[in-house]
Design a protein around this ligand. Structure first.
Ligand code: ATP
Ligand code: MG
Ligand code: MG
Ligand code: MG
Length: 510
């Protein structure tokens, strides 16, 4: 069982029908080769376009037997454990086959067993199952009508097919402006009856609400072990991974673990003409001995790429877009062939790092709130990097790491006057002291993205108090153009959209 450098597929557009049919050629933001799949089962046909890394046959992204067909975008991280519950002698070849065998044994409860980064579609009998990983980290969208279930890892590919009008899907999130298109909830299986178009949603994961009391040394050892394992599971044998490194504790911790797991490591940091964290990243680079690169992107170029960030993330949340824009610009600036990229993204959510909150009641309130509201923001979407052919993965949102971090009592997260204390202590022997003690700085702050975006709006005549609201209008208009309207981001001008949003706001406010 060797782990491939890339998952067999990055994404898919698929359609299940009682008879045959076809799927139109899809325009994905994800860069890659397209492979058509046409599987005729006794009771339905599953047809699809898989998008995958060039040079990788997407065979391991699909599996079938007499009655059931599986499509899988993404990868599993607990393969050995999953293999161990299969009957002796079963040798699944790839994650889709592994899933198929688990489905035989457990039915749809198979999805409760998987720690992974994936979206899956399963055709079985007259039913269709749409499944996301615990975090919904590979977004999955669907349009359902009696006799047809369409699903895609990118909403824009469903927007292109206006017909048939989708059935309402209770308990799933509507996609703004796309009639009948819904996003499958994180940590769930949506079970759809193909004939009636009716659906039931089964939760397969939910954030922990109970909190664990642990001695300091036990908590730090548990965090370190979980992170080490999550990083190792994300490193492919023989491949030197790339860590997007800020010099903050989160990405530096991933870099330390990845260097250990892989034996060698590449790192890259981005900055702008207004600000960067290059010196702080350099301290980690020197300590670990990584092969490092710095990429400086002028703020004007960064803001010009806003349409790409929205197109890739399919998010309408302006705060999230500010976090994602510098990363999208960084991924787009990486030349050469596709890389396996590890990030330190998401550690602040279970640890309440971004709230800079010292009071334990408020800290845990922030954790509960953020864990209850992350779904649909698409912060972890692989499309952000796959738009330039790279596969990205986030060890802090590994299911085991996340369950542990969320569940620690708040006093382990804020302790001895430090935020994210348990993580800092867990990494104390692996990183320079200045890195361990460095205060949190958000990617949108360290790159100057938030302030540059604000300045752009103010330069277009937006008054300071209106900046937040106009940012929301800008992001929504970019979404309507690139996701709903099918415009390529290269044809969309940030400046024009800012101008039109500023005017619209001024008219509305007048
Ligand atoms: P901290 O949250 O303590 O600042 P951090 O910088 O690693 O630690 P974030 O600021 O939350 O984490 O940023 C999220 C992730 O985005 C980082 O862990 C890192 O992988 C990536 N990232 C952030 N800023 C940069 C940057 N300037 N260059 C490269 N990658 C970055
Ligand atoms: Mg490994
Ligand atoms: Mg962080
Ligand atoms: Mg940071």
């Amino acid at each position: 069982m060797t782990e491939p450098a890339f998952p067999a597929a990055f994404g898919f557009l698929a359609s299940a029908r009682p008879g045959g049919g076809r799927v139109p050629d899809a325009v994905f933001a994800t860069r890659g080769n397209h492979t058509r799949v046409d599987t005729a089962l006794p009771d339905q046909s599953l047809i699809a376009t898989l998008v995958h890394a060039p040079g990788i046959a997407p065979d391991a992204a699909q599996a079938r037997d007499t009655d059931t067909a599986v499509l899988l975008a993404g990868e599993f991280y607990n393969r050995a454990a999953l293999h161990s519950v299969l009957p002796p002698g079963s040798e699944p070849d790839g994650d889709a086959q592994l899933l198929l065998q688990l489905l035989h044994r457990y039915g749809l409860h198979a999805f409760r067993l998987i720690n992974g980064r994936f979206a899956a579609m399963v055709s079985t009998g007259r039913r269709v199952l749409l499944a996301t990983d615990h975090a919904g980290s590979v977004p999955l969208y669907t349009r359902v009508a009696p006799g047809e279930v369409s699903a895609s890892t990118e909403a824009k590919t469903l927007a292109a097919q206006r017909d048939p009008r989708g059935f309402p899907l209770a308990d799933a999130r509507r996609v703004p402006g796309l009639t009948g298109v819904y996003q499958a909830p994180a940590g769930s299986v949506t079970e759809i009856d193909l004939d009636s178009g009716t659906a039931a949603i089964h939760r397969t994961w939910t954030p922990q609400l109970g909190r664990r009391i642990m001695p300091e040394d036990e908590a730090t050892a548990a965090v370190r072990a979980a992170l080490d394992q999550a990083v190792a599971a994300r490193v492919a044998p023989g491949d030197t991974p790339l860590v997007v490194l800020s010099g903050g504790i989160d990405s530096s911790g991933v870099a330390a673990c990845a260097h250990r797991a892989a034996g060698s490591l590449d790192t890259v940091s981005m900055g702008t003409d207004t600000s960067d964290e290059f010196a702080q990243a350099r301290a980690v680079v020197d300590h670990l001995g990584t092969r490092h690169r710095e990429i400086t992107i002028p703020s004007a170029d960064l803001l010009a790429q806003l349409p790409y960030a929205v197109w890739a993330s399919e998010s309408v949340d302006p705060d999230i877009i500010e976090y994602l824009l510098p990363l999208v610009a960084l991924y787009r600036a990486l030349d050469g062939s596709g890389r396996r990229i590890l990030t330190g993204y998401g550690a602040d959510i279970p640890l309440a790092g971004m709230h800079r909150e010292d009071r334990l009641p408020n800290l845990d309130t922030a954790v509960v709130y953020d864990m209850a509201t992350f779904d649909g923001l698409n912060e972890m979407s692989p499309v952000l990097s796959a738009l330039s052919g790279h596969w990205s993965t986030h060890p802090y949102w590994d299911r085991d790491v996340l369950d542990l971090l969320v569940s620690l009592e708040a006093g382990l997260k804020r302790r001895h006057g430090r935020d994210k204390w348990v993580l800092r202590a867990a990494l104390a022997d692996a990183l320079p002291e200045e890195t361990i003690n460095r205060p949190k700085l958000g990617v949108h702050e360290g790159s100057g993205t938030t302030s540059s975006f604000s300045r752009l709006l103010i330069d277009h005549g937006v008054a300071e108090p209106a900046v937040k609201e106009v940012k929301r209008l800008v992001v929504r208009e970019l979404f309507d153009l690139t996701v709903g309207g099918g415009r390529h981001p290269s044809e969309v001008s940030t400046a024009e959209v800012v101008q039109s949003a500023a005017e619209r706001f001024a008219r509305g406010a007048a």
